[in-house]
Design a binder for this molecule. Structure first.
Ligand code: GLY
Length: 354
């Protein structure tokens, strides 16, 4: 959900600093107070901190701690979250598009093989991340969409099912009965109005998604991003989650990063690739997440000072350090779950702009 950054707060935070600090801010090197999470390899993290996210991390840890691969661990954890009927942002029970059809997006990337796979607008399959893995491992392609992706899944034995639950159908019916000017259609110059119209309002849209990132005992890194995408989206809309470099990026030499939130801005900013490159340049995962939000804020600065899309970013480096940050103003601190040999940690990151 786009929101206004409190510009006064942001300026207040940076007012009165010297030229060196201003330069540091200009290149995204501003010192920040939260050092980030310190973990140990092997490790798995997820952007979900709810009970299902924690259960997923625990189950994946069983595999990872027994010498399993990062790739198998992230798939296992993602699958647990995808089938949770209570989670309206991912897989089964995810909120549908404007026509009442659940269209799922997912990607997987394997640092060990520098390979990736993704599916977009996939209907009827509870575990899109596993289909993304099929694209990666059983085809010479990276991204498959819609009916082609469904045919691929079915050819490997995946069952086609109705992904709507009573809960998601009730929410969709309620939205359809109350739909208004806050749908996704707009004239060519809608961005400015859209930003203003949404400031301070209750979210009419829902962008939830999950990222799962891991480093295994061999030092290999893998990640998955999976989502039902923007609720009530226009039929065929694809978000950032299946776009390698946007919703997910993995590099065995560096680590991994993933995004949730308004996918349109994550796609335009290549946010996950940016975070991995920031870590390559020496930034901690926590700093890399904040750098990506700052980069997006700056891109909108010349258009609308008060506009900032709602995003949550998570990152993990190959040493096991991790972090997260978000731009949601009214939701407190962002959380993520980490599981390593020290146990399960629910880590609180940084609220950008606060
Ligand atoms: N980040 C999920 C989406 O925009 O679809």
């Amino acid at each position: 959900m786009p929101r206004a950054i409190n510009r006064r707060l942001f300026l207040g935070r940076t007012a009165g600093v010297g030229v060196g600090a201003l330069f540091a801010r200009a290149v995204g090197l501003e010192a920040r107070s939260n050092p980030g999470g310190i973990g140990r390899v092997p490790i798995l993290v997820t952007s979900h901190s709810n009970q299902t996210g924690q259960r997923a991390a625990e189950q994946a840890w069983e595999l990872l701690s027994a010498g399993g691969s990062a790739l198998d661990a992230v798939e296992l954890a993602a699958n647990v979250i995808e089938v949770d009927p209570e989670d309206t942002s991912v897989g089964y029970g995810g909120l549908p598009n404007e026509n009442g059809v659940v269209q799922l997006d997912a990607s997987v990337m394997d640092g060990a093989t520098y390979n990736a796979g993704a599916v977009a607008s996939l209907e009827g399959i509870k575990n899109p991340s596993s289909v993304a893995r099929l694209v990666m491992e059983r085809t010479d392609h990276v991204l498959m969409v819609g009916p082609g992706a469904l045919a691929l899944a079915k050819s490997f034995g995946f069952e086609e099912e109705d992904l709507m639950t009573e809960r998601s159908r009730a929410r969709w019916l309620e939205w359809r009965e109350n739909r208004s000017e806050s749908d996704d259609w707009g004239p060519p110059d809608h961005l400015k109005d859209r930003a203003e119209a949404r400031i301070g309002g209750e979210p009419a849209f829902h962008y939830g998604t999950v990222n799962v990132l891991a480093v295994d005992a061999s030092g290999d890194v893998a990640g998955i991003t999976t989502t039902s995408g923007l609720s009530w989206k226009i039929d065929g809309r694809v978000g950032d989650s299946p776009i390698i470099g946007a919703g997910l990026y993995v590099d065995n030499d560096v680590g991994a990063a993933g995004a949730t939130g308004r996918g349109e801005d994550v796609i335009k900013s290549c946010a996950s690739y940016f975070m991995v490159e920031r870590m390559r340049a020496g930034r901690t995962p926590q700093q890399a997440c904040e750098d990506a939000l700052e980069m997006i804020r700056r891109r909108y600065e010349r258009l609308n000072l008060d506009f900032m899309p709602g995003e949550k970013f998570v990152a993990l480096n190959r040493d096991g350090d991790y972090g997260c940050a978000w731009s949601y103003e009214s939701r407190g601190l962002p959380q993520m779950t980490a599981r390593d040999s020290g146990g399960l940690t629910v880590y609180e990151g940084v609220q950008f702009g606060a």
